[in-house]
Design a protein around this ligand. Structure first.
Ligand code: 13P
Length: 248
């Protein structure tokens, strides 16, 4: 893992009310962040404003889990990139498999969201990953290549983080083996290089304190996007520490 690129990001998904978030903050001991590891948290929209300042004090970056691509207007229920900036966000997760699969988010929408995020000065964390059936029938690389094609006409200097999240490993307790992770990250880095992007690539999918060190130690892995284990300050920080060990 190259030393200055590691990011451990917590995706709270649709979890967290203010009281729980304040308890989490009270238990979060991460200032200063371990050397060479950046920490970020993506709570639900409702907590962004409240958590911005306290997280900033703890040297933790703030991000959102989604964004709409219009700056303002009659789009009931949507949140714009400008609103995320106003709430103190630096990052926004885009293309998470739960949005692609459950909310039927299309590549076309995703392209518009990427462009809108960049225009507002947000750094997207773009998620890609194959389903179990695709892993089993040997089409993983083809699926990832198709998902990455969204970057084809994008300027390579755009601020971007990628997250490889095999869908079958999300919330299942099953993680990709270090061999699978190493092999797939090598393919992703090669594809990114072909597309002219030199961005960091995180791994996501059932990362926990028990497997973090092995996963973060895989070549080509530059951090983690953590779901369930990011809801508790203690397990989240254990993952941060495992990453710090891997980069040291
Ligand atoms: P889990 O860590 O709960 O498997 O979730 C991973 C994820 O989807 C992060 O975006």
């Amino acid at each position: 893992m190259s030393s200055n690129r590691c990011l451990i990001a917590g995706n709270w998904k649709m979890n967290g009310i203010l009281e729980e978030a304040l308890d989490f903050l009270g238990e979060l001991e991460c200032n200063p962040a371990p050397e060479h590891v950046e920490i970020a948290l993506m709570p639900p929209f409702t907590l962004l404003h409240s958590l911005c300042e306290p997280l900033n004090e703890k040297d933790v970056r703030l991000g959102a889990q989604n964004v709409y691509y219009e700056p303002r207007g009659a789009f009931t229920g949507s949140i714009s990139p400008l609103m995320l900036r106003d709430a103190g966000c630096q990052y926004v997760i885009l293309g998470h498999s739960e949005r692609r699969d459950i909310m039927a988010e299309s590549n076309k929408q995703l392209s518009s969201k990427l462009a809108a995020a960049w225009a507002a000065g947000l750094e997207p964390i773009l998620c890609i990953g194959e389903h179990l059936e695709e892993r089993e029938n040997g089409t993983t690389n083809a699926v990832l290549k198709k998902q990455l094609a969204i970057l084809e006409d994008v300027d390579g200097s755009a601020a971007l983080t990628l997250a490889y999240e095999p869908v079958w490993a999300i919330g299942t307790g099953k993680t990709a083996s270090p061999e699978q992770v190493t092999e797939t990250h090598a393919f992703i880095h090669q594809e990114l290089q072909r597309l002219g992007h030199d961005c960091r690539v995180l791994y996501g999918g059932s990362v926990n304190p028990g497997n973090a060190e092995a996963l973060m130690g895989c070549p080509g892995v530059e951090g983690a996007l953590v779901g369930g284990a990011s809801l508790k300050a203690d397990s989240f920080m254990q993952i941060v520490k495992a990453a710090a060990k891997a980069v040291s």
